[in-house]
Design a protein around this ligand. Structure first.
Ligand code: AMP
Length: 458
């Protein structure tokens, strides 16, 4: 998972990109970077950590020029190393080439093997670098042709931004797995992963970049090209469940409303007796609100979140994950003592965080804990950019609902049904990828993909 932001045609492009990345921080906390283009020069500032750690006034001021693209990263393929920080830049016969990518290519193994055999030398372990090598091999004098030829070779999930000298290019795969939107600010065009980035800088939302669309932006003009065979859309439903920010509008729906509907639908299905409904903050907050309103039960906050700690899963090592789980949330004993509670969480992945939460609630005096989850059991790995663990670590791939209930220590466990989830996400339920729940993958499953994923799914 990652967040991307780019702006073309604004004299403070670097500064605005920095602000845009701030709004997209939830999409990746490992590293951040901005590249701007000024008078034939590339200016680049990248580093490990949060946007607020990586940039200071001096570096932001140095990002001169009217075009800039930025990236926040959470690694899916490629490890958590400084060499993998995006945007990724190379100087080449066709000029300066910069890429920022969100998604996961499903034919990266085949492509990188072929490219290496024909002499390409990879500097990183990111699948995004493949696009750069493919572009570098193109010989056409037309940027448009070079980009179309390169992108037509990649498969899987990509919402990406390219900068070739001062031309900014945005592209979204024909399935539309990841969100990508177009905005405007004082005549400048903006492309961002989520609309919350437009809100922060007071930009106007124009429309989504459509699945299969490539837009070329230069000298204040936008040209849209549809070069790929249209596909049945497969928007990632987990963006709505967990990943996107609730104040964003993605795939035509406001995430906040969708999450509330998921909770309301869960209340219809679960029908549990309890004194009140409470969320696991913040991930379960909006579904819990929807649950409470539909079931007409009081809404309480039995756990308070410490906001000075990032998302627990975002730093992918077991030690940091467990440490963060413990320090992040604090229960309020007086609220919980002697009560029967409905606890709403957005999803269960490995089950370890949920187990911890239930233990905490129990130790704080809760009498009965009914654990309600606003999506179905996650049973299958994702090949399109959500960093779910391997099948052997996905608890629902290995245990029944009853066994998961026992594992996490709840009195009852209720998952939202697949239909209930699809009823909540918008008008066109057929336009979503539900592979992690249903096992129905919208593309052919890669037989070989990146070395890291191969190891994970052994
Ligand atoms: P657990 O009970 O350990 O499965 O943790 C569940 C919480 O972690 C839920 O809020 C999940 O949405 C959140 N989460 C989201 N994505 C991931 C992920 N890729 N890996 C682990 N946990 C995740």
């Amino acid at each position: 998972m990652c967040g991307i932001f780019g702006i073309s045609g604004h004299k403070e492009a670097g500064k605005i990109t920095y602000l845009g990345l701030y709004a997209l921080q939830h999409r990746g906390e490992e590293s951040a970077g901005i590249v701007s283009y000024n008078k034939n020069n590339i200016i680049m500032k990248k580093g490990m950590g949060l946007v607020s750690d990586v940039f200071d006034k001096k570096s932001i001021d140095s990002l001169k020029g009217k075009v800039a693209i930025g990236h926040v990263r959470y690694s899916t393929t490629g490890g958590s190393h400084s060499k993998n920080i995006q945007p990724f830049f190379v100087k080449h016969k066709n000029g300066n080439l910069v890429i920022a990518h969100n998604g996961n290519l499903t034919n990266s193994f085949d492509l990188s093997t072929k490219l290496e055999q024909s002499g390409s030398i990879f500097q990183t372990s990111m699948d995004s670098e493949i696009v750069v090598h493919l572009l570098a091999k193109e010989v056409s004098p037309s940027i448009e042709k070079r980009v179309i030829n390169a992108l037509s070779q990649i498969e899987g999930a990509y919402s990406l931004l390219l900068m070739i000298n001062d031309t900014m290019i945005a592209a979204r795969d024909p399935f539309g797995f990841r969100p990508l939107c177009l905005g405007k600010l004082e005549g400048a065009y903006i492309v961002a992963s989520e609309t919350c980035a437009l809100d922060l800088i007071n930009a106007t939302y124009v429309r989504d970049i459509e699945p299969g669309e490539i837009v070329f932006i230069e000298n204040g003009k936008l040209r849209s090209v549809k070069a790929f065979e249209p596909q049945k859309h497969a928007h990632c439903i987990f963006e709505h469940i967990y990943f996107a920010r609730p104040d964003s509008m993605i795939f035509g729906e406001t995430v906040y409303n969708v999450r509330k509907k998921l909770g309301a639908c869960l209340a219809e299905e679960a029908k549990v007796e309890a004194d009140f409904v409470m969320p696991i903050p913040d991930s379960g907050s909006f579904a819990a609100l929807g649950y409470a309103q539909r079931s007409q039960k009081p809404f309480e906050l039995g756990i308070i979140r410490n906001h000075y700690i990032g998302r627990t899963f975002i730093q992918p090592s077991q030690f940091t994950r467990e440490f963060k789980v413990r320090v992040k949330l604090n229960p309020i004993k007086n609220v919980l003592n002697g009560k029967n509670v409905v606890v709403v969480e957005d999803s269960i992945v490995r089950g370890t965080t949920s187990q911890n939460r239930v233990k905490t609630l129990r130790n704080s005096g809760a009498k009965k804990i009914h654990f309600c989850v606003s999506c179905p059991p996650i049973k299958n790995p994702c090949f399109y950019g959500i960093d779910f663990p391997s099948k052997k670590e996905l608890i629902a791939a290995n245990k029944s609902v009853e066994q998961i209930k026992d594992f996490i220590g709840a009195d009852s466990l209720h998952y939202l049904s697949l239909n209930g989830m699809l009823d909540s996400v918008g008008i066109d339920k057929q336009s979503f990828c539900t592979a992690c729940f249903s096992g129905k993958y919208p593309t052919k499953i890669p037989t070989k993909f990146s070395k890291k994923m191969l190891e994970k799914n052994k």
